[in-house]
Design a protein around this ligand. Structure first.
Ligand SMILES: NC(=O)c1ccc[n+]([C@@H]2O[C@H](COP(=O)([O-])OP(=O)(O)OC[C@H]3O[C@@H](n4cnc5c(N)ncnc54)[C@H](O)[C@@H]3O)[C@@H](O)[C@H]2O)c1
Ligand SMILES: [Zn+2]
Length: 348
């Protein structure tokens, strides 16, 4: 169950009556952890963690499990994860294996985690250079989405979440949410604007609802859930290449949200090239993403990306599951051989 609020106090009600709550909080959101101390539900032990993709590993999972053991957490424990997607993935995984599994609840503090990572039950850590290679799928007891936490979020981190939010509306475009969101997010030019959490919350809520609805029908990704990977087959290839070819001009790898924006544009282009979509949707989406402050122009060729996408853990041999677009809010999954997809891009 996901609860939405633009004020923090509501969490108190969700925790009241629970005796064994243990919180793991991202160091960068200390004020949120400190606020737990003010909860009427009683004193909650908090462990602060420093997170990064590099530290998203079994070592930190075992450290969290060790802390729970030291604090005397038993099978009735509820482990609360406060932070972005790295924190919810790590802490959710630790909770799912501690004493063969205790309950977890998420308080996501990045836009990306509020519309994506903290919804849908996937947990995990990186292993041997593969992202999220070890993990579990266990639905949290609840997710508490509070837009007020985004006030402290640095703007570049905020933008990365916009890509996943727009992705949700490209999958399901109820009430023309996609166009409304493009208009709203392209109007945001400084962090003070997204600090107005009352305006932001309805977009978060609608995007999270798209994911929740799909996951409710297909928790274990046997079919429908695959549509949530819109743009991601390409994005994983792009991220792989950008980690491999760090240039002097671009020492940091391409962030995930930008890679997703580039990936969605490529998915729309492939949809056109395979005859699924008649309009130049790829061009339109590119302009939309650029106006929302995302980087939508990919520095690699489709051929390079698709070859790199072979390493994606969702690839099955030479076959990739592509999420293609017939239009905004109308997606379908098509299995194509990597060579077929490369050929389609080469067809002008
Ligand atoms: N489980 C899933 O279904 C799922 C889906 C999408 C992504 N993910 C995972 O999510 C991760 C990315 O999540 P993310 O983008 O939230 O990254 P993150 O957790 O690294 O957070 C980004 C940065 O923002 C900081 N931060 C977080 N909240 C803040 C706040 N309120 N104020 C100031 N700073 C804050 C963090 O310390 C970090 O430096 C990836 O590891 C990805 O694999 C999981
Ligand atoms: Zn993503």
């Amino acid at each position: 169950m996901t609860y939405f609020s633009d004020t923090w106090d509501t969490l108190d009600g969700l925790l009241s009556g629970r005796s064994a709550v243990f919180a793991v909080c991202d160091e960068n959101v200390k004020p949120a952890g400190a606020a737990l101390g003010r909860c009427k539900s009683g004193k909650i032990p908090v462990k602060y963690v420093r997170v990064s993709e590099r530290q998203k590993d079994m070592k930190l999972v075992l450290e969290i499990c060790g802390w729970l053991l030291d604090k005397g957490a038993d099978r009735n424990a509820l482990v609360l994860a406060i932070g972005g997607g790295i924190t919810s993935d790590l802490v959710g995984f630790a909770a799912s294996i501690y004493k063969r599994g205790v309950k977890a609840a998420y308080v996501p503090t990045t836009l990306l985690a509020q519309v994506d990572a903290a919804i849908g039950g996937k947990t995990g850590v990186n292993f041997r250079n593969y992202k999220n290679m070890l993990g579990t799928i266990v639905e949290p007891e609840f997710t508490f989405v509070c837009s007020a936490f985004l006030k402290t979020l640095p703007e570049p981190v905020f933008r990365q979440g916009v890509a996943e939010l727009l992705k949700a509306f490209l999958i399901e475009n109820q009430n023309d949410n996609y166009r409304k969101a493009v208009r709203y997010f392209s109007g945001i030019t400084s962090s003070t604007q997204y600090q107005d959490s009352t305006l932001l919350l309805p977009y978060i809520q609608s995007a999270a609802a798209v994911k929740e609805k799909i996951v409710a029908e297909d928790l274990y990704e046997s079919g429908l859930r695959r549509v949530l990977n819109l743009g991601h087959t390409f994005a994983h290839g792009i991220e792989h290449l950008s980690r491999k070819w760090r240039l002097l001009s671009r020492p940091e790898p391409i962030p995930h949200g930008d890679a997703v924006a580039m990936g969605i544009v490529l998915a729309a282009r492939l949809s056109r090239k395979t005859g699924l979509c008649a309009e130049p949707l790829d061009e339109q989406l590119r302009e939309d993403f650029l106006s929302c402050g995302l980087k939508a122009d990919c520095p690699y060729s489709p051929k390079e990306i698709l070859k790199a996408a072979r390493t994606d853990k969702k690839a099955e041999g030479e076959i990739l599951h592509f999420v293609l677009l017939r239009g905004v809010g109308d997606v379908t999954v098509k299995d194509l051989k990597i060579s077929e997809a490369i050929r389609a891009f080469e067809n002008e």
